[in-house]
Ligand binder design. Structure first.
Ligand code: HEC
Length: 94
């Protein structure tokens, strides 16, 4: 009985481990995807974007990108920030 529970747990844990591997994460192709990939993977996995998709509206993604810049100090220019917000809204927004 105990063994069976352990096996079930191992199966549950497997997808979480696979998703935590940032090298497996590929953003959807399209305008802005490369800028997003280059700018947003510097501090944390791109997983953070996928975890929040597909719910955020344009305003939420805008606020999120600004927070990365203003609060966490991401060095992203205004032009890139706009391209990233547009990309995220189109591909990972509501
Ligand atoms: C300068 C480092 C840095 C960069 C660059 C960066 N982030 Fe973050 N990000 C953080 C930190 C720090 C946190 C919060 C702490 C944590 O949970 O690791 C975070 C958390 C997040 C979260 C989770 C929700 C939240 O607000 O905590 C999302 C979504 C996110 N980042 C998206 C992005 C996107 C999109 C970009 C590119 C525009 C980006 N990040 C670039 C540092 C960064």
């Amino acid at each position: 009985m105990k063994k069976r529970i352990l096996v079930a747990l191992a199966f549950l844990a497997a997808p979480a481990v696979a998703r935590a591997d940032e090298f497996t994460i590929k953003l959807k192709p399209g305008p802005g995807s490369e800028t997003t990939q280059a700018s947003c993977a510097a501090c944390h996995s791109l997983d953070y974007i996928l975890m929040n998709a597909p719910f955020p509206s344009a305003q939420v993604w805008d606020a999120e990108v600004k927070k990365m810049i203003n609060v966490f100090g991401a060095s992203i220019g205004a032009e890139d920030a706009k391209a990233i917000t547009d990309y995220l809204t189109k591909n990972y927004g509501s």
